[in-house]
Design a binder for this molecule. Structure first.
Ligand SMILES: Cc1cc2nc3c(=O)[nH]c(=O)nc-3n(C[C@H](O)[C@H](O)[C@H](O)COP(=O)(O)OP(=O)(O)OC[C@H]3O[C@@H](n4cnc5c(N)ncnc54)[C@H](O)[C@@H]3O)c2cc1C
Length: 403
């Protein structure tokens, strides 16, 4: 039986990184929150995630900075390699100068660890409730309340509904109605291996990306250097969306026959490969419908090529909590202010993520030679300068899109 107090809560559809971060941000500002998660249990896949300094700005704003810092692996560099010649194109030094410039580190973490940090903090917070097996299928609203409809036929009531329900968001389906996501035609294969099984000649303390014609390969250490995360991608014009489907190694190798053996060995080293056919969406501006708003991948799903999807979801969470606090008596205005502050920055990252695939990760021939020459002409200072709009912000400031 719901009480009037229950009705004053903010409901969040989705207990992923974005939904949990938003719940924590709102609860820390004194709001009661109910998370409605579709899955029977909360968790994340066993792979890695890269976090720019902007993610650490968010951890601090959400009160989990210390525990998040303790689980991260601090890599020395972002390395871009030519997958045909096995030569380094450039690296971005992530040492003292980088940290001093952006006031925080660049790091890599295990997804489960990161999700766990937020989940523990949410479970320990007295103002946050969490219901699993609760898929939100739609909503209705009047001038005071939103009613979320669940797949079970039950309903839940609150003062707002935040759709943090990911790429295939039902809340977005009703709010934006722009159909299924765009299939990018790129297939990503993931594997996690014990660190001692990683080839010694590439066992680097770096987030390394090998860029080759219509493919790229990424690897970095995780979990206190216990494991290596391998993520490789082929632009193979795949048509059907897929997520986490097991695939034999021979099949994976097919998209990578043309690259240097030093890079290709990554596929031989990997075990238990699974694949995802990548999807994103064109940016949209209508994230808000009265007392309902979108957040994270539900609002701005992007290819992973800027390594920023989760970082943007956490920034959304910080901004949403800030705006709800700033307009406590007018939640509709708070949601509009949140959207206004976030939309250009996330649009830029969505579009840049696509451009990175086309112009940096997958070109061939003259296009690839141009990439190498242009990128090699830049100094470390140039790289820091070009990343300042992204890493130097937690997405809350005006003009946070680098305009
Ligand atoms: C290969 C790959 C590599 C990536 N690497 C990086 C990286 O290095 N750095 C980075 O920052 N980002 C990275 N990303 C992006 C990042 O994973 C996502 O942007 C991020 O997880 C989005 O979080 P979210 O909470 O918005 O959505 P999700 O993580 O998708 O969470 C949505 C949650 O909602 C639940 N749900 C779904 N529908 C409903 C419903 N109707 N009702 C209730 N619950 C529902 C789901 O079960 C899930 O728990 C990568 C993505 C991929 C695919």
């Amino acid at each position: 039986m719901e009480t009037d107090d229950d009705a004053n809560r903010i409901m969040i559809a989705g207990g992923g990184i974005g939904g949990l971060a938003a719940a924590l941000g709102l609860a820390r500002r004194g709001r009661a929150v109910l998370i409605l998660e579709k899955a029977p249990a909360l968790g994340e896949i066993g792979a890695g995630i890269q976090l720019g300094p902007n993610a650490f700005h968010c951890f601090d704003a959400l009160g989990v900075g210390e525990v998040a810092r303790a689980m991260a692996v601090y890599i020395d560099a972002l390395r871009l390699m030519d997958a045909l010649t096995a030569e380094e194109i450039i690296h971005v030094d992530l040492g003292e100068k980088f940290r001093a410039r952006f006031k925080n580190p660049y790091a890599v973490v295990h997804r489960g660890d990161l999700h766990g940090v937020f989940l523990r903090a949410c479970r320990e917070h007295p103002r946050i409730g969490l219901e699993v097996d609760s898929e939100v299928v739609g909503y209705a609203q009047d001038s005071r309340y939103v009613t979320a409809r669940l797949a079970s036929g039950a309903t839940r009531r609150g003062v707002c509904l935040i759709g943090a329900d990911g790429l295939w968001s039902n809340v977005r389906k009703q709010l934006v109605g722009d159909g299924p996501p765009r299939v990018a035609g790129h297939t990503t294969y993931r594997s996690v291996i014990p660190a001692n099984q990683m080839a010694e000649d590439i066992r680097w303390n770096a987030a390394t990306l090998w860029a080759g014609p219509k493919c790229h390969l990424v690897h970095y250490p995780l979990s206190g250097w216990k494991v290596f995360n391998l993520v490789i991608t082929a632009h193979n014009d795949a048509r059907e969306p897929a997520a986490g489907v097991p695939i034999p190694q021979d099949e994976v190798l097919k998209g990578f026959a043309h690259i240097h053996p030093k890079a290709r060995q990554i596929i031989h080293i990997g075990k238990d490969w699974k694949y995802w056919v990548l999807c994103d969406r064109d940016p949209v501006e209508n994230w808000v419908d009265g007392r309902v708003a979108l957040l994270g991948d539900a609002a701005h799903p992007m290819l992973q090529y800027m390594a920023q999807g989760a970082c943007m979801a956490m920034e959304d969470a910080v901004c949403l909590a800030h705006m709800v606090d700033a307009f406590p008596e007018d939640l509709e205005q708070a949601l509009v202010a949140y959207r206004n502050r976030r939309v250009l920055r996330t649009t830029r990252v969505q579009l840049l993520s696509r451009a990175m695939g086309e112009h940096v990760y997958h070109p061939d021939g003259a296009h690839a030679h141009l990439r190498n020459s242009v990128m090699r002409s830049k100094t470390q200072e140039d790289w820091y300068e070009s990343l300042a709009w992204l890493y130097g912000s937690n997405g809350l400031e005006d003009n946070n899109f680098g305009g």
